[in-house]
Write a protein that binds this ligand. Structure first.
Ligand code: HEC
Length: 225
């Protein structure tokens, strides 16, 4: 039943039909953008599970070319409800607004601080949160589903400038094993696994994580435990 439903949703998404917005279907954790409007409807056959909703969002985004440079294959089925979505920027922003990354098993810096490796990080003051799978990292590559959210602040440490997120969406050590998201002000600087600013801005610097005295590994500098 679930499999059939997923097939229907994927087909619908692939045809580029109005953004599925199936996130509006999940009962308790609905991510309904302000302007969801008709998107919030459920397919007649009922609502998908949370996991299916996440995956379908990603596909829907891809079908619409919303992310521009994104070359996402189907994203992973979220490992738990605290795995950020990897589709349309508005869905990611709605997830950020809910603040789930500061609850449950997530661990966060206590307050915004100067970015580590000052002079190398372009991120201003930051407050970083790691989900459970990210916290479990020891060496090598992160587990699929690992995620970090970084709140970006102005130098005063209180004015919020934006958010960056990395979600491990495939096994392996390639840069496109991560979904890269970054919004600064009104600008979506990056949203995808490769191409555009992901390749020209994010990857080069983040590839230094875990090398030459830098903490972390697999493109991630900091893990909050
Ligand atoms: C010039 C280097 C540089 C560039 C370019 C850069 N970052 Fe970072 N980024 C850092 C450093 C250094 C940290 C660690 C900050 C800290 O721990 O205080 C970081 C932290 C992060 C984190 C938190 C997880 C971690 O690695 O600690 C995310 C998410 C992130 N960056 C996303 C991005 C995205 C998306 C882009 C591209 C739009 C980007 N960054 C571009 C240097 C960079």
């Amino acid at each position: 039943m679930i499999e059939n439903l997923k097939g229907i949703l994927l087909i619908t998404a692939a045809t580029g039909a109005a953004a599925m917005g199936v996130s509006g279907c999940s009962s308790t954790d609905a991510v309904v953008p302000e302007n969801a409007g008709s998107e919030a409807g459920c397919p007649a056959s009922g609502c998908p599970t949370q996991g299916d909703a996440g995956q379908t969002q990603d596909d829907a985004s891809q079908a619409q070319g919303d992310a521009g440079q994104a070359q996402d294959d189907a994203g992973p089925t979220p490992v738990d409800v605290n795995t950020p979505p990897t589709g349309k920027a508005e869905d990611i922003e709605a997830w950020i607004a809910k603040g789930d990354y500061k609850k449950g098993d997530w661990k966060c810096d206590p307050a915004p601080h100067d970015a580590a490796a000052t002079g190398m990080s372009p991120h201003g003051k930051v407050l970083i949160c790691s989900n459970k799978l990210a916290q479990g990292y020891t060496s090598g590559t992160f587990a699929v589903g690992a995620a970090t959210v970084k709140e970006l602040y102005a130098a005063n440490g209180t004015t919020r400038n934006g958010t960056a997120i990395m979600v491990k969406v495939a096994a392996g050590a390639a840069p496109n094993s991560w979904h890269w998201y970054d919004r600064v002000g009104a600008n979506t600087v990056a949203n995808g696994r490769s191409g555009g600013n992901v390749d020209t801005v994010c990857v080069g610097c983040h590839s230094k994580a875990g090398t030459a005295g830098n903490t972390g590994g697999d493109f991630i500098f900091s893990i909050i435990k």
